[in-house]
Design a protein. Structure first.
Length: 209
Protein backbone atom coordinates (compact mmCIF):
# COMPACT_ATOMS: atom_id res chain seq x y z
CA UNK A 1 0.00 0.00 0.00
CA UNK A 2 1.38 3.44 -0.82
CA UNK A 3 0.45 6.89 0.37
CA UNK A 4 0.76 9.68 -2.19
CA UNK A 5 3.09 12.45 -1.08
CA UNK A 6 4.50 10.52 1.88
CA UNK A 7 8.04 11.30 0.80
CA UNK A 8 7.39 15.04 0.74
CA UNK A 9 8.81 16.85 3.76
CA UNK A 10 6.06 18.17 5.95
CA UNK A 11 3.41 15.82 4.65
CA UNK A 12 1.06 14.57 7.35
CA UNK A 13 1.41 10.85 6.87
CA UNK A 14 -1.43 8.47 7.59
CA UNK A 15 -0.49 6.08 10.38
CA UNK A 16 -0.25 2.41 9.53
CA UNK A 17 -0.54 -0.43 11.96
CA UNK A 18 2.86 -1.77 10.91
CA UNK A 19 4.52 1.67 11.08
CA UNK A 20 5.15 4.05 8.20
CA UNK A 21 8.86 3.35 7.98
CA UNK A 22 8.76 -0.41 8.04
CA UNK A 23 10.24 -0.49 4.54
CA UNK A 24 13.39 1.43 5.47
CA UNK A 25 16.45 0.56 7.48
CA UNK A 26 17.22 4.06 8.75
CA UNK A 27 15.90 4.77 12.24
CA UNK A 28 14.68 8.34 12.49
CA UNK A 29 15.85 9.70 15.82
CA UNK A 30 13.26 11.84 17.59
CA UNK A 31 14.03 13.34 20.99
CA UNK A 32 11.00 14.18 23.14
CA UNK A 33 11.54 16.77 25.87
CA UNK A 34 8.99 17.28 28.62
CA UNK A 35 8.80 20.78 30.05
CA UNK A 36 7.42 19.70 33.42
CA UNK A 37 9.37 18.45 36.43
CA UNK A 38 6.30 16.95 38.12
CA UNK A 39 6.41 13.21 38.72
CA UNK A 40 2.74 12.96 37.70
CA UNK A 41 3.12 15.40 34.80
CA UNK A 42 0.58 15.09 31.99
CA UNK A 43 3.19 16.37 29.57
CA UNK A 44 5.74 13.77 30.58
CA UNK A 45 2.98 11.17 30.25
CA UNK A 46 2.16 12.56 26.80
CA UNK A 47 5.82 12.28 25.83
CA UNK A 48 5.90 8.64 26.91
CA UNK A 49 2.67 7.98 25.02
CA UNK A 50 4.27 9.49 21.91
CA UNK A 51 7.23 7.18 22.42
CA UNK A 52 5.03 4.11 22.71
CA UNK A 53 3.00 5.05 19.62
CA UNK A 54 5.94 5.99 17.39
CA UNK A 55 6.12 2.60 15.68
CA UNK A 56 8.85 0.92 13.65
CA UNK A 57 11.44 3.06 11.92
CA UNK A 58 11.42 5.69 14.66
CA UNK A 59 13.85 5.71 17.57
CA UNK A 60 12.03 7.90 20.08
CA UNK A 61 14.14 8.95 23.07
CA UNK A 62 12.88 10.97 26.00
CA UNK A 63 14.36 13.68 28.20
CA UNK A 64 13.26 15.76 31.17
CA UNK A 65 14.77 18.92 32.58
CA UNK A 66 15.75 17.65 36.01
CA UNK A 67 19.15 18.96 37.08
CA UNK A 68 19.17 22.04 34.87
CA UNK A 69 19.80 25.09 37.07
CA UNK A 70 18.51 28.61 36.54
CA UNK A 71 20.47 30.38 33.84
CA UNK A 72 23.09 32.65 35.34
CA UNK A 73 25.49 34.45 33.04
CA UNK A 74 28.08 34.71 35.81
CA UNK A 75 28.05 30.95 36.34
CA UNK A 76 28.39 30.44 32.60
CA UNK A 77 31.35 32.79 32.45
CA UNK A 78 33.02 31.24 35.47
CA UNK A 79 32.29 27.55 34.99
CA UNK A 80 30.89 27.08 31.50
CA UNK A 81 27.76 25.05 30.90
CA UNK A 82 26.42 22.77 33.66
CA UNK A 83 26.80 19.05 32.96
CA UNK A 84 23.03 18.54 32.61
CA UNK A 85 22.90 21.22 29.92
CA UNK A 86 25.86 19.75 28.02
CA UNK A 87 24.21 16.33 28.08
CA UNK A 88 20.88 17.62 26.80
CA UNK A 89 22.63 19.65 24.12
CA UNK A 90 24.45 16.57 22.87
CA UNK A 91 21.17 14.64 22.80
CA UNK A 92 19.53 17.37 20.73
CA UNK A 93 22.48 17.39 18.33
CA UNK A 94 22.29 13.60 17.98
CA UNK A 95 18.60 13.75 17.05
CA UNK A 96 16.95 14.20 13.68
CA UNK A 97 14.10 16.11 15.29
CA UNK A 98 12.93 17.38 18.65
CA UNK A 99 9.38 17.16 20.02
CA UNK A 100 8.67 19.65 22.79
CA UNK A 101 5.91 18.56 25.18
CA UNK A 102 4.96 21.83 26.77
CA UNK A 103 2.73 22.70 29.70
CA UNK A 104 1.09 26.14 29.78
CA UNK A 105 1.56 28.52 32.71
CA UNK A 106 -0.31 31.81 32.78
CA UNK A 107 -0.95 31.52 29.06
CA UNK A 108 2.75 31.23 28.30
CA UNK A 109 5.80 28.97 28.32
CA UNK A 110 6.65 27.66 31.82
CA UNK A 111 9.84 29.25 33.10
CA UNK A 112 11.48 25.86 33.65
CA UNK A 113 11.18 25.03 29.95
CA UNK A 114 12.20 28.45 28.63
CA UNK A 115 15.14 28.46 31.03
CA UNK A 116 16.35 25.13 29.65
CA UNK A 117 16.05 26.39 26.08
CA UNK A 118 18.01 29.51 27.04
CA UNK A 119 20.83 27.34 28.43
CA UNK A 120 20.75 25.22 25.26
CA UNK A 121 21.27 28.36 23.21
CA UNK A 122 24.59 29.09 24.96
CA UNK A 123 27.16 29.91 23.82
CA UNK A 124 25.44 31.67 20.94
CA UNK A 125 28.16 30.41 18.60
CA UNK A 126 26.63 26.95 19.10
CA UNK A 127 23.08 27.91 18.12
CA UNK A 128 23.50 26.87 14.51
CA UNK A 129 24.89 23.46 15.53
CA UNK A 130 22.16 22.77 18.08
CA UNK A 131 19.12 24.36 16.48
CA UNK A 132 19.93 25.54 12.96
CA UNK A 133 17.60 23.86 10.48
CA UNK A 134 16.74 21.14 13.00
CA UNK A 135 13.13 19.94 12.83
CA UNK A 136 11.14 20.90 15.92
CA UNK A 137 7.49 20.32 16.77
CA UNK A 138 5.38 21.21 19.80
CA UNK A 139 2.56 19.39 21.56
CA UNK A 140 1.07 19.85 25.01
CA UNK A 141 -1.48 18.78 27.58
CA UNK A 142 -3.47 20.72 30.14
CA UNK A 143 -6.36 19.94 32.46
CA UNK A 144 -8.07 23.04 31.09
CA UNK A 145 -10.16 23.41 27.97
CA UNK A 146 -7.62 24.96 25.61
CA UNK A 147 -4.95 22.27 25.63
CA UNK A 148 -1.85 24.57 25.82
CA UNK A 149 -2.81 26.48 22.68
CA UNK A 150 -1.25 29.71 23.97
CA UNK A 151 2.00 28.19 25.19
CA UNK A 152 2.37 26.33 21.90
CA UNK A 153 1.93 29.64 20.10
CA UNK A 154 4.40 31.29 22.47
CA UNK A 155 7.07 28.83 21.36
CA UNK A 156 6.89 30.05 17.76
CA UNK A 157 9.03 33.21 18.08
CA UNK A 158 11.55 31.35 20.25
CA UNK A 159 11.98 28.53 17.76
CA UNK A 160 12.10 31.00 14.90
CA UNK A 161 14.81 33.02 16.65
CA UNK A 162 16.89 29.90 17.14
CA UNK A 163 16.56 28.99 13.46
CA UNK A 164 14.77 25.66 13.86
CA UNK A 165 12.74 24.12 11.04
CA UNK A 166 9.39 24.11 12.79
CA UNK A 167 6.89 21.45 11.70
CA UNK A 168 3.49 23.01 11.22
CA UNK A 169 1.91 20.03 9.49
CA UNK A 170 0.07 18.85 12.57
CA UNK A 171 -1.37 20.21 15.78
CA UNK A 172 -1.99 18.37 19.03
CA UNK A 173 -3.72 20.08 21.92
CA UNK A 174 -4.68 17.73 24.74
CA UNK A 175 -7.43 19.38 26.79
CA UNK A 176 -9.05 17.88 29.92
CA UNK A 177 -5.81 15.97 30.48
CA UNK A 178 -7.02 14.75 33.86
CA UNK A 179 -9.63 12.69 32.01
CA UNK A 180 -7.27 11.46 29.28
CA UNK A 181 -4.65 9.61 31.34
CA UNK A 182 -4.86 6.74 33.82
CA UNK A 183 -3.31 7.16 37.27
CA UNK A 184 -0.15 5.43 36.01
CA UNK A 185 0.19 7.96 33.16
CA UNK A 186 -1.14 5.75 30.37
CA UNK A 187 -2.95 7.73 27.69
CA UNK A 188 -6.28 5.97 27.62
CA UNK A 189 -8.33 8.14 25.26
CA UNK A 190 -8.39 6.26 21.95
CA UNK A 191 -9.07 9.31 19.76
CA UNK A 192 -6.14 11.17 21.30
CA UNK A 193 -3.90 8.11 20.91
CA UNK A 194 -4.75 7.98 17.19
CA UNK A 195 -4.09 11.69 16.75
CA UNK A 196 -0.82 11.45 18.65
CA UNK A 197 0.37 8.52 16.53
CA UNK A 198 -0.50 10.45 13.39
CA UNK A 199 1.34 13.50 14.71
CA UNK A 200 4.53 11.64 15.63
CA UNK A 201 4.64 9.74 12.38
CA UNK A 202 3.95 12.88 10.34
CA UNK A 203 6.72 14.69 12.19
CA UNK A 204 9.09 11.80 11.60
CA UNK A 205 8.46 12.02 7.84
CA UNK A 206 9.36 15.71 8.06
CA UNK A 207 12.43 15.06 10.23
CA UNK A 208 13.86 12.26 8.12
CA UNK A 209 17.29 13.42 6.89
C1 LIG B 1 1.68 28.72 37.75
C2 LIG B 1 0.68 27.93 36.95
C3 LIG B 1 0.00 28.56 35.93
C4 LIG B 1 -0.89 27.84 35.13
N1 LIG B 1 -1.48 28.45 34.05
C5 LIG B 1 -2.21 27.72 33.18
C6 LIG B 1 -2.68 28.28 31.96
O1 LIG B 1 -2.46 29.43 31.65
N2 LIG B 1 -3.37 27.48 31.11
C7 LIG B 1 -3.62 26.17 31.39
O2 LIG B 1 -4.25 25.49 30.59
N3 LIG B 1 -3.19 25.59 32.56
C8 LIG B 1 -2.50 26.33 33.44
N4 LIG B 1 -2.02 25.78 34.61
C9 LIG B 1 -2.38 24.40 34.92
C10 LIG B 1 -1.43 23.44 34.25
O3 LIG B 1 -1.88 23.21 32.94
C11 LIG B 1 -1.40 22.14 35.04
O4 LIG B 1 -0.81 22.38 36.31
C12 LIG B 1 -0.68 21.04 34.31
O5 LIG B 1 -0.89 19.85 35.00
C13 LIG B 1 0.81 21.34 34.17
O6 LIG B 1 1.42 20.41 33.32
P1 LIG B 1 2.06 19.05 33.86
O7 LIG B 1 0.91 18.16 34.26
O8 LIG B 1 2.79 18.49 32.68
O9 LIG B 1 2.94 19.37 35.02
C14 LIG B 1 -1.15 26.48 35.41
C15 LIG B 1 -0.47 25.87 36.48
C16 LIG B 1 0.44 26.58 37.23
C17 LIG B 1 1.20 25.89 38.35
Amino acid sequence: MSFPGMSRPGCLARPRHDGIFSDTTYMIKILGISGSLRAQSFNTALMHAAQSLAGPGIQFDTATLHGIPLYDGDVEQREGLPAAVVQLKERVIASDGVLLCTPEYNNGIPGVFKNAMDWLSRPSSDIARVFGGRPFAVIGASPGGFGTILSQTAWLPVLRTLGTRHWLGGRLLVSRANQMFDADGTLRDEATRARLAEFVQGFAVFAKP
